[in-house]
Structure formats: structure tokens, C-alpha cells
Ligand binder design. Structure first.
Ligand code: NAD
Length: 536
């Protein structure tokens, strides 16, 4: 039940300008030049643990540059973290919503002001984002998640059953009985903020395993939570080895939920792990996972070629194509392809790939050596493939960082691996279809990939748009009309997809928060009957 202050609906956090010459750009430059190596501890119950078992964090665009060392927890420390969160669970659950929401709002203010430059710089260096990609992530979206989660929890608590003249009913919006295991991906600093605070605002305690590749920025966020007054133990920061941490978490009878964002394969393995011992848990764990995508852009013959080309560039190559929503397969009518491909070639030559500290850079490096090697292999194979024509790009280089050129491939076989598999890099596969094969192309898009995360349709023909929307009803959880398929805003486009793309619980909305509550409904009768006979 909600009592106390009401928090107004937040507005999206506006972007700060870091254009050269501004004070913000100056502070950012200084932060990027910092050479201190950060020691990232495991934090349990407010206590920091350092170990000999460390992992180095290096800048993907300058892999000689050491940024941080992660101090991994031991198996018994992961167990201790779970036990510790249990000790604080009741007190945290019993706090008012206003108390919990105040902590999230304080953290949002800290990030919006004092820590903004620091967390953006960490996201730029650790995850190789330009400021144009970092500020909307570790600045705006992270702040939005905190404020909207606080606001949306209030909406959930306000939802109450009907009462009648003879009895009063209420829903006690209890947290889950046990802890939530939050596992976050590398590609958005903000996601770690959501995976942890969405369960926490609903009164749950959380075991957080961040991605090692984003741990630097994630740890700054964690420090903001501590400074905001999050009680020790509510969220324990456990940057452990993935399989070990998961084995320990899944061995606990108190595992009440998993809040995951990452690849479909890992989420499926988590699901199987939980299913294989479902009778061992006190409560059936809630599994929420937002996973991979093979996101499409479909152009109708009526579309404007230039608008399509720009949407493809922004949609496919921002952040090196490492967004779950990135355009990675496109379907362009033959009549439009000469103009679209010409514009793609011309514009892609203008995009600068390199150091993210340079404000003219459009793309930094891909996240790791493993990703670089996989993409290099795929591009080498594409060059020898009769079904594939190189439209633009195709080069890779590994000094000083893991760089992959923005690459467009024309693929004649619409069922080719390049059209079906998520690559998570700056590679866009285009299938050119005959203008009169529009209907067949809609069916093809729907059936081509196991994913259903985002998609976009370009058309100036309203009937064509309507038809495509209907046929592709299950092909995307977030559909864009005459827009690129990326850039969802909290509160405006609640995010998530179906099929192999996850459980579609819509991050940043009240729908997600419902998964972290287990309501108890209480009926109290004013005058209990004193006779067993009906109608007496
Ligand atoms: P990933 O699956 O490799 O890793 C995600 C997290 O899972 C990391 O913390 C990692 O350490 C952990 N992990 C890895 N193996 C594990 C295991 N066996 N058990 C438990 N945890 C394990 O994904 P990534 O490379 O960090 O992120 C990229 C993927 O995330 C892409 O597939 C992308 O589409 C997806 N993604 C989806 C969304 C969405 O909202 N749908 C958003 C961002 C990213």
C-alpha cells in the first residue's frame, strides 16, 4: 500500500551537450585523460573485498590501456552475499515506498550532477562509446530508469481490488520471497541500473553480477547508490566469474527471480538450470530475460531512399552495431536499391572509426578480441561467398584497438546465416527484393529469424504500412514506422521482444515491476455471519 508523498511522473532526462568548447567537454576531456587504474571490489553488506583473483579491464579501442582490475569473489563470498541479503530483506521490504523511492531519486541526482562526467568517461573508455552514445546511456537512460522505476512502483502499489459495503479488500504488494539474481550485459551501463533497481524498488534484495566488460561504469553506479543511502546488503555487487556465480545462485533455495539481459543462449541456459531443479526452490523463480535480436528494416517501394539510407546508417552502425535493437537485416525493393546503396556508400565513407575521445569519431572499437575475431572471420568468409556482394566496408584492424569498418553486404539468399544470426557488430545484411514480391517479403521477414525484438518499416503508402504492421504482428516487440529501429526512450517506448528475444516484460515500465511482486490479497469482513443458512 502506498502512503506518504506522491512522486510526479518524471520527464526524460535531457542530454547535456559535450560539444567542443563547452565546460562539460573540458571536464570530460580531463576525465578521459585520467590514468588511474581502478580497483573494483566485490561488495557484500557494505564491506569491500579485494582478492588475488583479478581480471583486467582494458579500453577496447586502445587495448594497451589498462583501466581497472576486477576483484572476483570466491565461491564462499557469493554464498555470503546471498546470506547477507537475507539478513536485510525484511527491513528493506518493510520500508515505505517513499523511502525506497527517495534513495533512487537521490542516486539519479548524484549521477545527473556530480558523477555525470565520471560515469560517461568510464562508459566511453570501458565500453568504447563516443560521447554521443555514452550520454544517452550512462547519463540520460540510467537516470530515467531510476526515476521511472520509482514512479511506476507507485502506480503498481496504487492498484487495489474492489471493496464492497460489507467488506474491505486490499492487495499487499509483497516482494518475492527470496533474492533476485541480476545479470547485466556490457552494452548499456543503464541496463545494470535497471536490472538491480527494478526489483529493489519493489522491496527485493538483489545479487548483482555485472558484465566484466562494463564493470568500471557499473561500479560507479554502485557507488552512487551507496552514496544515495542504499542500505548495505540490499544490492550486493558480485563481479564474479559467470558460471561459478550462477552455480552458487541457482544452488540456493532462496533464489526467487532472475533479471537478465544478454544473449539468448545464456538466458536459455539459465532457464534450463532453474527448470532442472525447480522443486528445490522455496518459491518458483520468476525469470525475466531481454535477449538477442536480428532486427529488420523493411522499405516499401513508396519510401524515400535517403530516409531509408540514413535510418540504416544510424540504426546499424551507432555503437558499432552493438545494440540489441541494431538494424542487422534490411529488405529493400529493387527500384529503390540503386539510390539507397549509392547513398550508403557515399555516407559510410564519411564516418570516422577510431578513438572515442575524438568528437569527430562516429564508431569506436568492438567490445573484445573475441568479438573482433568472430567478425573478422565472418567478413573474410563473406568475401568468398557467391551469395554475398560487398557494398561497403569489410576491413578490420586490431591496433591500437579492435576496429571493424561499418560494413554493408548484399545477400541474395534471404535465408543465409547473415540474414538470420545475430552478429552484434557493425555488419548490415541487405536482401534486395522484387517490387512485386512485397507480400512474399513480409512473410519472409516474419519467418527468417528466431528473434522478434525490433523492426522498422518505411513507407509513404498508408495501406502498405498497415498491411506490414499486421503481417509482422509477432515479428517485433518494438516496431518503428518511418524511423530507425533503435533508440527506445524510457516511458515512451517500453522495451522488449518475444520469441527468442526474451520474455518481453518491457524494461522501464510498470509491467516489468509486476514481475518482482507477489501480491497477498486480504479480505476483511465487517460483520461476519452468525448463521450458516443461505439468506438467513
Ligand atoms: P552475454 O550473454 O555474453 O552476457 C550477459 C551477461 O551474462 C554478462 O554479465 C555475462 O557475464 C553473463 N554470462 C555469460 N555466461 C553466463 C552463464 N553461463 N551464466 C550466467 N551468466 C552468464 O551478453 P553480452 O555480450 O554482455 O551482451 C550482448 C547480448 O545482449 C546480445 O545478444 C544483445 O542482443 C543482448 N542484449 C539484449 C537487450 C534487450 O533488451 N533485449 C539489451 C542489451 C543487450
Amino acid at each position: 500500500m502506498i502512503s506518504g508523498p506522491q512522486f510526479p511522473m518524471p520527464a526524460n532526462e535531457p542530454e547535456v551537450s559535450f560539444r567542443p568548447g563547452t565546460e562539460a567537454a573540458d571536464s570530460l576531456r580531463k576525465a578521459l585523460e585520467q590514468r588511474e587504474v581502478v580497483e573494483i571490489p566485490t561488495v557484500i553488506g557494505g564491506k569491500k573485498y579485494y582478492s588475488d583473483n583479478t581480471v583486467e579491464v582494458r579500453a577496447p579501442h586502445d587495448h594497451q590501456r589498462l583501466l581497472a582490475r576486477i576483484h572476483r569473489p570466491t565461491e564462499s563470498q557469493v554464498q555470503e552475499a546471498i546470506a547477507n541479503s537475507k539478513s536485510v530483506a525484511r527491513d528493506w521490504a518493510n520500508l515505505t515506498h517513499a523511502s525506497r523511492a527517495t534513495i533512487l531519486h537521490r542516486a539519479a541526482e548524484i549521477i545527473a550532477t556530480r558523477l555525470r562526467v565520471k560515469i560517461n568517461a568510464a562508459t566511453m573508455l570501458g565500453q568504447s562509446k563516443t560521447i554521443d552514445q555514452a550520454e544517452p546511456d550512462s547519463g540520460c537512460e540510467l537516470i530515467d530508469f531510476l526515476r521511472f522505476n520509482a514512479f511506476n512502483a507507485q502506480r503498481v502499489y496504487a492498484e487495489q481490488p474492489l471493496s464492497v459495503p460489507t467488506a474491505v479488500n486490499r492487495a499487499d504488494w509483497r516482494p518475492l520471497e527470496g533474492f533476485v539474481y541480476a545479470i547485466s550485459p556490457f552494452n548499456f551501463t543503464a541496463i545494470g541500473g535497471n536490472l538491480t533497481t527494478a526489483p529493489a524498488i519493489m522491496g527485493n534484495t538483489v545479487l548483482w553480477k555485472p558484465s566484466e566488460k562494463s564493470a568500471l561504469a557499473n561500479y560507479i553506479f554502485y557507488e552512487a547508490l551507496e552514496e544515495a543511502g542504499l542500505p548495505p546488503g540490499v544490492i550486493n555487487f558480485v563481479p564474479g566469474e559467470a558460471e561459478l556465480t550462477t552455480r552458487v545462485a541457482l544452488s540456493s533455495a532462496d533464489l526467487a527471480g532472475i533479471h537478465f539481459t544478454g544473449s539468448s543462449a545464456v538466458f536459455q541456459s539459465l532457464w534450463k538450470g532453474v527448470a532442472s531443479k525447480v522443486d528445490a526452490f522455496r518459491t518458483i523463480p520468476r525469470l525475466v530475460g531481454e535477449t538477442g535480436g536480428k532486427d529488420f528494416v523493411l522499405a516499401h517501394a513508396s519510401a524515400n531512399a535517403s530516409e531509408v539510407a540514413i535510418a540504416l546508417i544510424r540504426g546499424a552502425f551507432e555503437y558499432q552495431g552493438q545494440k540489441c535493437s541494431a538494424a542487422s537485416r534490411a529488405y529493400i525493393p529493387r527500384s529503390l536499391w540503386p539510390a539507397v546503396s549509392q547513398e550508403l556508400r557515399a555516407r559510410l565513407h564519411e564516418l570516422k572509426v577510431g578513438d572515442v575521445a575524438d568528437s569527430n569519431t562516429f564508431m569506436g572499437a568492438v567490445i573484445s578480441k573475441a568479438s573482433y575475431e568472430k567478425l573478422s572471420r565472418v567478413l573474410a568468409a563473406a568475401k568468398d561467398d557467391g551469395a554475398v556482394k560487398l557494398v561497403s566496408g569489410g576491413n578490420t584492424w586490431s591496433e591500437p584497438g579492435y576496429f571493424v569498418e561499418p560494413t554493408v553486404l548484399e545477400v541474395s539468399d534471404p535465408k543465409h546465416d547473415l540474414m538470420t544470426h545475430e552478429l552484434f557488430g557493425p555488419v548490415l545484411s541487405v536482401h534486395v527484393y522484387d517490387d512485386n514480391a512485397w507480400n512474399e517479403t513480409l512473410a519472409l521477414i516474419d519467418a527468417t529469424s528466431p528473434y522478434a525484438l525490433t523492426g522498422s518499416i518505411f513507407s509513404t503508402d498508408r495501406f502498405a504500412l498497415h498491411q506490414a504492421e499486421s503481417v509482422l504482428i509477432n515479428a517485433a516487440g518494438n516496431l518503428y514506422l518511418n524511423d530507425k529501429p533503435t533508440g527506445a526512450m524510457i516511458g515512451q517506448q517500453p522495451f522488449g521482444g518475444g520469441r527468442a528475444s526474451g520474455t518481453n516484460d518491457k524494461a522501464g515500465s510498470y509491467l516489468n515491476l509486476l514481475r518482482w511482486a507477489s501480491p497477498r490479497v486480504v479480505k476483511e469482513t465487517y460483520l461476519p455471519p452468525r448463521d450458516w443458512r443461505f439468506g438467513a
